[in-house]
Design a protein around this ligand. Structure first.
Ligand SMILES: [Zn+2]
Length: 474
């Protein structure tokens, strides 16, 4: 039984064409002009995409569902989070399995596989957070690669929790180079930041804005530089997550110009929010947007630098780092963001975005006149799939690709607000932002999972994705 998407404009990272798409067995089997009539005969379903864009399902390579953090848990489960993603046109996520200190990485991987299994609306993969770097965990890296975990995340921040020393980072990089995997880096100088945080609290500086002030741009760019140098010596590829400081992007750009296998992502909230407009505001509202790396000062010019880097390709990917916590106490989740009232160091770090990313990037990138439709698809779908070893199964519309497809209606519009989002959360970072265009129909492996603003998929439809290596490596 087949599905036909007819009459739309098919947009990939490289093409814009009037074409019909034929889907069979969950895969794209043909893309052609003029065949829709024949295809429609006997088709199980015909989707009329006249006047609409037919684009690949978006790929978000950085989410955290059901993650324990700061004495609470991320409010979105794999079920609610992947449904929210689907509503926003995202059909693949890569989440982070976490190694518990003192336990094998494999146990952490199994735990996160169990959390996701049978609950996801869309397909999913995992990166592995290494909490211990030692002989045992280094040996485990290769075996996890065999199971499709080709990326290992380390932290230069959060001393005493997830932090790794330079020596540990270097050893993991050497191992990654040997195994053909990639290190993902949370690049912030956590040792210096912890000193600044203690000093701020001692001075009575407890408001949310001090979260940013105690993580100045140089604490990010120093760590970006250091991790790039370590990766260069180790001969390992490096992917720097959630970059927000222009000085850090400059370091990455220099390394790329030297020919290093170095890559970076930023997130829509760094492009959209600022301390001036969103964090340094009356009351405790700014806590909604406390995350690390932090939202930065608009006046320092980080947003322009991030946009420029995305346009030039020095940053390749926009992901979300989705990790949401209720602003107001929630019946089920309890006290979350408000844990940090009176002490910004206790605010759980993170914010929602898995639903909003694809459409915010359309609005602020394409409608905003910064780049064209193909580039939008490249940074939200194709580059993430290639970077994480999922292309061309994911991230494009091509014969043989999974039929993860979004029919996008450029002629509709809506406004983001707590009533127009679908995750388990009580706010959006894009409150009041009008999107000129809207996700209309979403298919995951040929199954319609969202139409008419309604999730109609089956719980557990989402399958685990065994990933290959970064396909950009030279
Ligand atoms: Zn993260």
């Amino acid at each position: 039984m087949t599905t036909v998407i007819k009459g739309g404009t098919v947009i990939t990272a490289t093409e814009t064409m009037q074409a019909n798409v034929l889907i069979d067995g969950g895969k794209v089997v043909a893309i052609a002009q003029g065949s829709a009539q024949t295809w429609a005969e006997g088709a199980e379903r015909v989707i009329d995409a006249t006047g609409k864009y037919v684009v690949p399902g978006a790929v978000d390579v950085h989410t955290h569902f059901e993650l324990p953090f700061g004495g609470t848990f991320v409010s979105d489960s794999f079920e609610s989070g992947t449904r929210a993603a689907a509503h926003g046109g995202t059909t693949t996520i890569i989440d982070f399995a976490v190694q518990t200190k003192g336990e094998p990485m494999r146990a952490g991987f199994d735990t996160w596989m169990a959390k996701a299994e049978g609950n996801c609306a869309i397909d999913y993969g995992f990166h592995m957070i290494m909490s211990d770097v030692n002989d045992d965990s280094l040996k485990e890296m290769g075996a996890l690669v065999e199971d499709g975990v080709t990326t290992f995340k380390l932290f230069m921040a959060y001393p005493g929790v997830l932090y790794s020393t330079d020596g540990e980072i270097f050893r993991a990089m050497q191992q990654a180079a040997e195994d053909g995997s990639m290190i993902m880096m949370h690049a912030e100088n956590g040792i210096a930041i912890d000193v600044l945080r203690e000093q701020a609290i001692a001075r009575g500086e407890t408001d949310p804005k001090y979260h940013t002030i105690t993580r100045p741009p140089a604490t990010e760019s120093e760590a970006v530089h250091r991790s790039l140098a370590l990766a260069e010596v180790a001969g390992a590829p490096l992917y720097v997550v959630h970059m927000s400081a222009k000085e850090g992007v400059a370091e990455l750009t220099l390394a790329r110009d030297r020919g290093q296998n170095a890559f970076g992502e930023t997130c829509p909230h760094y492009l959209h929010l600022s301390v001036e407009d969103d964090i340094d505001v009356p009351g405790f509202e700014g806590a909604k947007y406390v995350c690390s790396t932090p939202i930065r000062f608009r006046s320092e010019g980080h947003q322009e630098a991030l946009w420029d880097a995305l346009i030039r390709g020095d940053l390749q990917i926009v992901s979300t780092d989705h990790a949401d916590f209720f602003y107001d106490d929630d019946e089920e989740m309890g006290r979350q963001k408000r844990l940090g009232e009176g002490d910004f160091t206790l605010i759980p770090n993170g914010l929602p975005g898995v639903e909003e990313r694809f459409q915010v990037m359309y609005q602020e990138g394409v409608i905003g006149g910064r780049f064209n439709l193909n580039r939008w698809i490249e940074m939200c779908c194709t580059a993430p799939a290639k970077m994480m070893g999922l292309y061309p199964q994911k991230g494009t519309i091509a014969v043989g690709s999974d039929a993860d497809i979004v029919v996008y209606d450029p002629a509709t519009s809506f406004v983001y607000g707590v009533d127009t989002i679908h995750g388990n959360i009580d706010y959006t970072a894009y409150d009041g932002l009008e999107i000129t265009g809207k996700v209309d129909t979403v298919l995951s492996r040929g199954n319609v999972i969202v139409e008419n603003d309604t999730y109609i998929g089956t719980k557990g439809h989402g399958q685990y994705l065994k990933r290959g290596m970064n396909q950009y490596l030279v």
